[in-house]
Design a protein. Sequence first.
Length: 131
Amino acid sequence: MKRIRPDELEARLESNSRDDLFLLDIRPEPAFRADSIERSYNIPVYDDLRRGDDAELRDRLDEIPPENDVVVVCKMGVVAKRATSVLEEEGYDAATLAGGMSGWTGYRTGSLGYRLRSVVWSLRESMQAVS
């Protein structure tokens, strides 16, 4: 399963290739309205997926353009992995935003927590490249 780090997402959003990117925010609507990444689309299936029910997401796949790369956003990136798996099963090119909105916010504010997570992500990537 693919994931995208907040810095990679920002670079993609700032590039000319952003037109082929679909940001799917699965958090509940109030959370989405309170804070979201610009150009995100909300399909509030977070609670369903957390309970293991992917039916609502599957019912709403027609709202997600199949020709676009999809980045799935949730609170911390955990539940988004479930949505990403469903999308991959359905033939979408999908990735999870690493750290979710928490990671995105931490990246944008330069928080210590985000910087520490970045080190961990870099170490994991280095170890995967070696093996």
